[in-house]
Write a protein that binds this ligand. Structure first.
Ligand SMILES: NC(=O)C1=CN([C@@H]2O[C@H](COP(=O)(O)OP(=O)(O)OC[C@H]3O[C@@H](n4cnc5c(N)ncnc54)[C@H](O)[C@@H]3O)[C@@H](O)[C@H]2O)C=CC1
Ligand SMILES: O=C([O-])CC(=O)C(=O)O
Length: 346
């Protein structure tokens, strides 16, 4: 019996993500929360002949707290794609003013109502919204760093697709052969070719300019979609796929299926000092930057361990330079997120 709650379920990501979750037979209850149209989306999905019972929760007005509490009660996994997306000309950081308080308030409700749930944060800027969530949970005394995940899977999905095109290999064969670490915006995104994998020799044959173009395309893949949608939002369908891919891993781990050890697992933006060996990684290789996306091994809906990229994936000198650049951007976003909560009343 697994209950999953989606906050922001009626949005561009929320709807297709909820559809994918409805198709997962492990989900027994799917609670869809949004400030608009949650009941409509729930009624629609509830006609699909899979086991999950779907309910929509929508507050009657701004003061109504019962909808969110009912949506979260007993939840094992909460996925959050709530908040505003970018328009052309904006950076993800420009979303902070609106999305920071949305995440703070939703996570405070999770901390009070479903403190044992695994939390997957999709809302941007991820580099800051995850530190916001951590700080809120700390303030409430219920922070379990093993259960807080910033969803960066879309960067891996893009890396697999774009590299597959470039080296003429099926993208489906690239899962685990290229990892993406760091954060989730522009030059904080660091794709790593896993040098032990069989693609390393093919990648080595790429020219410097082809390699650099590939890195840039992964780092700025989100902008490609924002530009093409021309004011109508950012990636939604590819994000729903990516968010589901990560959520499915959490659901599998809740069902007792271990993360595969034969390939490198997907990364997630996590609070490193909260997992064994994380503090050491941060101090030795990341100038004490505490939030960082690394490949994570899951067990029972939480992080069991992570793969240290510097030890297991043999980061090249070029990749180390990318990490160095990423750390600057991450540090300021993390500070911005944490101080926002420190100055807030929950
Ligand atoms: N992590 C990642 O890789 C990605 C993150 N995103 C981010 O995901 C977020 C959502 O994007 P879209 O679905 O395209 O936006 P959208 O505007 O289509 O949907 C957002 C939904 O959130 C709802 N919402 C707003 N405030 C809420 C609250 N307090 N409680 C519950 N629901 C609330 C809205 O009513 C709307 O239905 C954006 O911040 C976007 O930047 C987008 C793509 C990739
Ligand atoms: O670019 C955006 O604003 C949405 C996003 O995070 C992505 O597509 O990676």
């Amino acid at each position: 019996m697994v209950k999953v709650t989606v906050c922001g379920a009626a949005g561009g990501i929320g709807q297709p993500l909820s559809l994918l979750l409805k198709l997962n037979p492990q989900v027994s209850e799917l609670a869809l929360f949004d400030i608009v149209n949650a009941k409509g989306v729930a009624a629609d999905l509830s006609h699909i002949c899979t086991p999950a019972v779907v309910n929509g929760y929508q507050p009657a007005n701004k003061e109504d707290k019962t909808a969110i509490v009912d949506a979260l009660k007993g939840s094992d996994l909460v996925v959050i794609p709530a908040g505003v997306p970018r328009k052309p000309g904006m950076t993800r950081a420009d979303l902070f003013n609106i999305n920071a308080s949305i995440i703070r308030d939703l996570v405070a409700n999770i901390g009070r109502t479903a403190p044992n749930a695994a939390i997957l944060i999709i809302s941007n800027p991820v580099n800051a919204t995850v530190p916001i969530a951590a700080e809120v949970l700390k303030k409430l005394g219920v922070f379990n760093p093993r259960k807080l995940f910033g969803v960066t899977t879309l960067d891996s999905v893009r890396a697999e697709t774009f590299l597959g095109e470039l080296i003429d290999v099926a993208p489906t064969s690239l899962k685990g052969k290229i990892s993406v670490i760091g954060g989730h915006s522009g030059d904080t995104i660091v794709p790593l070719i896993n040098v032990n994998s069989d693609i390393a020799s093919k990648v080595n044959k790429l020219s410097k300019s082809q390699y650099e173009k590939f890195i840039n395309r992964v780092q700025f893949g989100g902008d490609e979609v924002v530009k093409a949608k021309n004011g109508a939002g950012s990636a939604t369908l590819s994000m729903a796929y990516a968010g589901y891919r990560f959520a499915e891993g959490v659901l599998d781990s809740l069902a007792g299926k271990p993360t595969s050890t034969t390939t490198v697992p997907d990364s997630s933006y996590i609070y490193l000092p909260g997992v064994p060996g994380g503090k050491e990684l941060a101090s030795k290789s990341l100038k004490n930057v505490d939030f960082f996306s690394v490949p994570v091994v899951l067990e029972n809906g939480q992080i069991k361990s992570f793969i240290n990229p510097f030890e297991s994936l043999k980061v090249t000198d070029d990749e180390k330079k990318l990490v160095e650049t990423a750390l600057g951007g991450l540090e300021s976003s993390i500070k911005q997120g944490s101080s926002f909560v420190q100055g807030s009343k929950l």
